[in-house]
Design a binder for this molecule. Sequence first.
Ligand code: TTP
Ligand code: MG
Length: 390
Amino acid sequence: MPSPQRYIAHFDLDSFFVSVELLNNPELMGKAVIVGGSKDRGVVTTCSYEARKFGVKSAMPMKKAMQLCPHAILLRGTRGQYSKYSRWVTDIIASKAPLFEKASIDEFYIDLTGMDKYFDVLEWTKELRNKIIDETKLPISFGLASNKMIAKIATDEAKPNGFLFVQPGMEKEFLSTLPVNKFSGVGASTFAKLKSMNIHLIGDILKHSETYLEKELGKWGADLYRKAQGISYSIVNNYREAKSISNENTFHENISDEETLLTELVKQIERVGFELRQDKMLTGCIAVKIRYPDFETTSKQTTIDYTFSDDILIKEAKILFKKLWRKSQSVRLLGVRLSELTNDSFQGSLFDDHTEKNKLYKAIDDVKTRFGKSTLQKAVTVKKNEKHEE
Ligand code: TTP
Ligand code: MG
C-alpha cells in the first residue's frame, strides 16, 4: 500500500517577545522596538520587523543595534508573560490538533496526514491561525507542506503575519531560488565553502552530483543533496507523550530529618537540571514525589514559567516538598520530575538578564561532563563533614 500524502503545518509567532510587549503598550505598534539587555553590555533578544529593516537581529550586541537604529525603543522584557502566552497558544493548538509538537517556546508542528480525507487541510490550518490571532491578539505565521523542513522554511518565507502552502510535488521548485543558508545547519563556514564552490542558491546544489558534494563536504554533502530535493523524513513528536526527566532515590535507611531530605532534593534537582541543559530544553512543570515506609506514595506538581535554572527549580521543589511532606515522618523514597519540556533552541540566551548565571551553569555543566556528575555540587549538597575537610 503506498504511504499516504503527508501534510505538516509549522506555526511560529512573529517577533514573539516584542508582540507580547505591544499588547501591554499598544502605542508602540508600528515602531522599531527591541527586547534585550542593557544598552552597553546586553544583546538583542528579539526585535520588531520595523527594527529588522535597519539590520537589527537577535543575538546582536545592543551597542551595534543602537548604532544601526538609534531611534529604537528598548524594553527589558517581562519573563512570566512570555510563558503565559506560550501556554495559551499551546492550549489552543492542543484543543484542535490531532497530533502536534511544541518545538520551542513559540513554534509548533502539527501533523495533518490523513486528515485531507475529512477536510481541506489548508482551510483548517487557516482557521486555526485565525483562532489563535482572535483569542490571543498575537500575530502568527504558518507554513504548510509535505514535511517539517519545507513547512518551517515556508513559515520563514511567509513572515510576518502570513501563511504559505507548498503543494506536494512543488518542494524542489519552492526551494530552488532560496539562498543555501535557509537550511538549518548551514552556518557561516559552510556558507563560505559553498560560495567558493559557486553554490549560492539551493537550486545550485543540484547542479552537482551527490558524489562530488560528498567529496567536498563529507556526509553533510549527501545531506544537502537530499534536502535540496525537498526530502525530509523527520516525524512530529507528539507533545502529549513528550518525554520527561526524572530522578528518584530509595534510601538504604528511611529518613525523617528535614535537612537531610532537603539536601537530597537539591541533589536530585541538580541532576535533572543538568540533564535538561544537556538536552537544550526548558521545563514548564515540576513534580516532587514522596514514598513513605508503608509504600503510600504521594506527589505534587506545579506549572512554572519556562526555565532551565537550578535556582528556580530548587525554590519550587522546596515549596512542593514542604506542602507534600508530613513533617517528621520517615521517607523511604524521594523523587523529582520535570515535564512540559520544550526546546531552548537559543541555548539559554532567552533572558539576557541571566547571562552571567547562564555562563556559570555552562561552566559547571562543562566540568560535570568532563569529570563526572558528582564533581561539582552546590555547597548545601556537600555533606557537612566534607565541607570542613579542606
Ligand atoms: P524566534 O521565533 O526565533 O523569533 P521571533 O519570534 O522573535 O521572531 P520571528 O519568529 O518572527 O522571526 O524566537 C522566539 C522568541 O524566543 C523570541 O521572541 C525571543 C526568544 N529568543 C531568544 O531569547 N534568543 C534568541 O537568540 C532568539 C532567536 C529568540
Ligand atoms: Mg517566532
